[in-house]
Design a protein around this ligand. Structure first.
Ligand code: FDA
Length: 307
């Protein structure tokens, strides 16, 4: 119930405009690296000392064409900086197609594909990669079609699949081909029972089935979870399938289980941190609150004591 309410608020333009218009809230700091490219570069450099990074310039649900151009410009600037500062071998970028106009009423899919292509060109120029985040289930088909199109010229483009969706085991089979980079996560959106598993146990069981397919395949599984049990299963499956540390990676979010991130990296595993920055942090932040009721309690307590 609380999760659904928070996820509904995350999609509310009115609430978002009100909250984001205020000063950058230090409480948001835990999950978001800051609002500027300088802040993102500084955090990426610090993390890249022992882990890998994927940087996300925050934005989603773009409603005007000008916003698409602004997001592409932000990614170009970010990628140039990563190249210039010698970080491109350990830091890639993640993009959301809704920030690139996927939901625009006319030609949204084409506009988003073209914007993503421009970001891929900028990434290729500095020698790094791009992963296309997955949003709610109404966009799964078109997002996977966009990834397929991008991979014609940029075969290293990463896809994301969500174990909460009933379709995902089949998608894993489709995407487990040679060199295919696939990030497997549980899924952060409130999805209907018709398309998604609704209980945590079912989502976890689906995650394991999907992991088995990806680990046995010929691609590069990117295991995005903080769940210690699933991480242990992933490590076991990687060993069983003869994968070396460079053939797969663990991924976690900035600010979530940071000690586990550094411990796993110190044990020789390849760990990548998803690092978001930018002014449009509201939707991302609300999804992080929804994942863990304790975060909401902490947030409300901090607000009360600040007053
Ligand atoms: P689960 O939610 O069961 O959490 C396991 C444990 O991790 C918790 O007990 C807690 O200790 C810790 N934890 C998890 N979330 C926390 C939080 N917010 N705050 C504090 N502790 C927390 N989703 C999506 O739909 N599309 C996408 O493209 C992506 N991309 C993505 C990239 C990366 C690198 C990660 C790690 C995750 C995503 N996600 C995502 C989000 C994902 O779908 C999921 O919502 C979260 O990762 C939480 O699920 P866990 O697998 O961590 O398990």
């Amino acid at each position: 119930m609380l999760r659904s309410t928070l996820l509904a608020a995350a999609r509310s333009g009115t609430v978002r405009a009100l909250v984001e218009a205020g000063p950058f809230d230090p409480l948001v700091d835990r999950f978001v690296a800051g609002t500027t490219v300088d802040a993102a570069i500084e955090a990426a450099r610090r993390i890249a000392a022992d882990r890998y990074v994927t940087v996300d310039h925050l934005g989603e649900d773009t409603t005007e064409r000008a916003q698409v151009d602004a997001h592409v410009h932000a990614y170009r600037t970010l990628l140039e900086r990563l190249g210039r500062e010698g970080l491109a071998d350990r830091v890639e970028v993640s993009v959301k197609l809704s920030a690139f106009g996927q939901r625009l009423p006319r030609d949204g899919d084409k506009i988003a594909l073209e914007a993503a292509r421009q970001v891929c060109e900028a990434a290729a120029a500095v020698g790094t990669t791009v992963t296309v985040d997955m949003e709610d289930h109404t966009t799964t088909d078109v997002t996977l079609a966009t990834v397929r199109d991008l991979r014609v010229d940029f075969p290293w483009v990463g896809a994301v699949l969500q174990s909460q969706l009933r379709r995902t085991e089949a998608d894993c089979r489709d995407l487990a081909g040679p060199g295919s980079r696939v990030r497997l996560c549980k899924g952060a959106y409130d999805e209907p029972e018709s398309v998604a598993y609704r209980s945590a146990a079912e989502v976890d069981r689906s995650y394991v089935r999907c992991l088995k397919v990806l680990m046995a395949g010929e691609g590069v599984p990117m295991v995005a979870t903080h769940d210690p049990r699933l991480i242990a299963i992933a490590r076991h499956l990687a060993d069983r399938n003869g994968r070396s540390v460079d053939d797969w990676e663990l991924q976690m979010l900035y600010g979530v289980r940071p000690q586990a991130q550094t411990d796993l990296a110190a044990r020789g595993l390849r760990v990548r941190v998803y690092l978001p920055y930018g002014t449009e942090w509201f939707g991302y932040f609300m999804r992080r609150l929804a994942e863990r009721p304790a975060n909401m309690a902490f947030f409300l307590r901090s607000l009360a004591t600040r007053g």
